[in-house]
Each structure stands twice: as structure tokens, then as C-alpha cells.
Design a protein around this ligand. Structure first.
Ligand code: DX5
Ligand code: ZN
Length: 219
């Protein structure tokens, strides 16, 4: 499948969010990635359903919501109503992960599951059929602009092998420190959906050059 480029609006110019989301779409990005941080599971605070609804009004691209929060089950309905197309929850925050993923599905949204860099992916084995996307975090979540943790490349390969073993066709997403220098080897390791903040919004040539540089690096 064609690689998916998912700009993370965490690094957008928030005073010009509409402009930046439109520029991402015009640049050929595939998905808008929204990082929800609660100041508890992760140290930073960011967006709620209102920002998802605002993005929904200005783009036709799918909106991929990454919930870095405790008790995400309390807010799933609000994010679904706001227009999220994918809702990804952290395994670390969900003791009842199977139920949470099923609830997302019942809300008519694609369920995603994610693991911090230090968390094993073995639970996937017991969750076949209840997730559409697996996000492998390649930084400790909370901030943009961090360095890619190299061990995560092997984790992508392990994830691809495990999905194969359980017969899952879920998409593997990678998030954190993705740039034009490492994206091709992350594709080779099995990632198909690439979240990028700094590499797109921090590109000296602007958003469109940032998206293009990732596409070119993918070949
Ligand atoms: C990290 C977030 C990421 C972040 C990536 O906690 O989940 O989506 O925006 O930013 P870069 O691409 O700058 O590492
Ligand atoms: Zn993210």
C-alpha cells in the first residue's frame, strides 16, 4: 500500500491552524494527526474535541486522533462526535483495552492501539480483530522535536511479524522523530503510516516542502 503521511498539528502554527491544515492537504498529506495530551499521562497539555471539530470543518482528510491521556474511555464519544476517523489509545492507560477498542468500533470510528517505546507489543496477540491501526511510539510521548529512539526500528519489524502471525491487516504507524533521513528504513521495517511534526512544519521550505521531502525519501 501507498505510504501515508500524517502531519502532526502539534507543530503547526496554532494561530493559523486553518491555514496550516489546508496547506497540508494541498501538499498531498493523507491524514491529519491530532495529539491529545492530558498533563497527567504525559507532561504536556494540548487539544480537546473542539480542535478536532475545528479541523473537521476545514479539511476532508481523515482525522487521526492520538489520545495520550488517562481514562480515554470517558472522552471517546466526544471525539467521535467531533469527527475523528481514527481514535488511538495507549495500552498503558487502558486496563480494559479490549473493551475500549470495541467501544471505539461501536462509535463508528477506526480503533488504534499504541505502545510507548518501553512497552512490549505482545498484547496484540490477544486483540486480533479489534484494532485497525497499531502505533509504535518512537519517542516517549509528550513533546514534538525529540530524537527517534533507534530500538524502535526493530520493534516495527517485530510488530509486522506479529501481525502476520495473527493474520491481522492492521496498518503500522510510527510517531516521533520521523524525518527524511530515517523514513525509508522505517518503511522497510514495516511502517506504512508516518506521523511527522518537526519534519513538516519545521521544514525551512515550509509545509509543502516538508511533505515533499518525506515523499521523495520514500522513493
Ligand atoms: C509525540 C507526539 C507526536 C509528535 C511528533 O508525543 O505523539 O505526534 O507531534 O513530533 P515530531 O515529528 O517532531 O517528533
Ligand atoms: Zn502523536
Amino acid at each position: 500500500m501507498k505510504p501515508i503521511i500524517a502531519p502532526s498539528i502539534l507543530s503547526a502554527d496554532l494561530a493559523n491552524l486553518e491555514r496550516d491544515v489546508r496547506l497540508c492537504e494541498e501538499a498531498g498529506a493523507d491524514v491529519i494527526h491530532v495529539d491529545v495530551m492530558d498533563g497527567s499521562f504525559v507532561p504536556n497539555l494540548t487539544f480537546g474535541p473542539g480542535v478536532v471539530a475545528a479541523c473537521r470543518r476545514v479539511t476532508t482528510l481523515p482525522i487521526d486522533v492520538h489520545l495520550m491521556m488517562v481514562n480515554p474511555e470517558k472522552h471517546l464519544e466526544a471525539f467521535a462526535k467531533a469527527g475523528a476517523d481514527v481514535l488511538t489509545v495507549h495500552y498503558e492507560t487502558c486496563p480494559h483495552i479490549h473493551r475500549v477498542l470495541q467501544t471505539i468500533c461501536e462509535l463508528g470510528v477506526k480503533p488504534g492501539i499504541t505502545f510507548n517505546p518501553g512497552t512490549p507489543i505482545t498484547p496484540l496477540k490477544y486483540l486480533a480483530g479489534v484494532f485497525d491501526q497499531v502505533l509504535i511510539m518512537s519517542v516517549n510521548p509528550g513533546f514534538g522535536g525529540q530524537k527517534f529512539i533507534e530500538a524502535c526500528e526493530q520493534k516495527l519489524r517485530d510488530t509486522a511479524a506479529l501481525l502476520d502471525e495473527i493474520g491481522s491487516e492492521a496498518i503500522i504507524q510510527v510517531d516521533g522523530g520521523v524525518d527524511a533521513d530515517n523514513i525509508a528504513r522505517l518503511f522497510a521495517a514495516g511502517a506504512r503510516n508516518f506521523v511527522a511534526g518537526t519534519a513538516i512544519f519545521g521544514h525551512p521550505g515550509g509545509i509543502s516542502a516538508g511533505v515533499a521531502s518525506l515523499r521523495e525519501a520514500l522513493g
